[in-house]
Design a protein around this ligand. Structure first.
Ligand code: PGA
Length: 255
């Protein structure tokens, strides 16, 4: 297994953008543009309230729908939360877990990321597990230690079999929404550190089979070079995923 055989995944993360009616239009438009581009999996991760409209609009296309978070408990008194079973029943296939905005603004920790990941996998969802260093950590020269620690903590207790449904999204926090992109070399190197950590935990075969995305100001201009790197198997795209033409250009770059 190597880059050529790993599944490339281009996923959009809409964050808190698009109402349901806007989502229906954007999913349809995106699906038209990416039709037949089967060299990668195409996913759009939409706000919870857009899921029904997005799933309906994506029917019969090669666009898969994802959510942006999931709670770890199955049900109960957790006001405002959404369970994995709820997502599955709505037609969701993927879920973003541990995005830096969740860690930064909503108190997510490696422990809750790990619990959410386990709950999502148990329900049959595929997980886009986000991790990455903040600017001060990169400047201090501890990026490798940080991503390796996050990888170990976030994947604690997850089996090699379940790793088939885990995609890692390496997102340097300083590059998200800032217009600053990691250089292709930085992205490749750090995705490589994450892959080496997975190899330590699960062995080489699992590490070589795991899809690792880069995220952080990936766009139609820089995608091809980032995606050409050995350890970069796809992208998690914020801003550029809101514009179907730009997102399509990234999907095209991944073919
Ligand atoms: P960005 O966001 O592409 O807007 O930098 C990426 C992300 O947060 O997943």
């Amino acid at each position: 297994m190597n880059k050529a055989t790993r599944k490339a995944i281009i996923a959009g993360n809409w964050k808190m953008n698009m109402t349901p009616s806007e989502a229906a239009v954007a999913v349809k438009k995106t699906a038209e543009l990416v039709e037949g581009k089967n060299g990668c999996e195409v996913v759009l991760c939409v706000p919870f309230v857009d899921i029904a409209a997005a799933v309906e609009a994506a029917k019969g296309t090669n666009v898969k729908i994802g959510a942006q978070n999931v709670h770890f408990e199955a049900k109960g008194a957790f006001t405002g939360e959404i369970s994995a079973a709820m997502l599955v029943e709505c037609g969701v296939e993927y879920v973003v877990i541990g995005h830096s905005e969740r860690r930064q603004y909503f108190g997510e920790t490696d422990e809750t990321v790990n619990k959410r990941t386990k709950a999502a996998l148990a329900a049959g969802l595929k997980v886009l597990l986000c991790l990455g260093e903040v600017r001060d950590e990169r400047l201090a020269g501890i990026t490798d230690e940080v991503v390796s620690m996050q990888t170990k903590l976030d994947l604690a207790g997850i089996s090699a079999e379940d790793m088939k449904n885990v995609i890692i999204a390496y997102e340097p926090v300083w590059a998200i929404g800032t217009g600053l992109t990691a250089t292709p070399e930085q992205a490749d190197e750090t995705c490589g550190v994450i892959r080496a950590t997975i190899a330590k935990l699960y062995g080489n075969d699992v590490a070589e089979a795991t899809t690792i995305q880069y995220g952080g100001s990936m766009n139609d201009q820089n995608a091809a070079e980032l995606l050409s790197k050995y350890h970069v198997d796809g992208g998690l795209i914020g801003g550029a995923s809101l514009v179907p033409e730009k997102f399509d250009a990234i999907v095209t770059a991944a073919q």
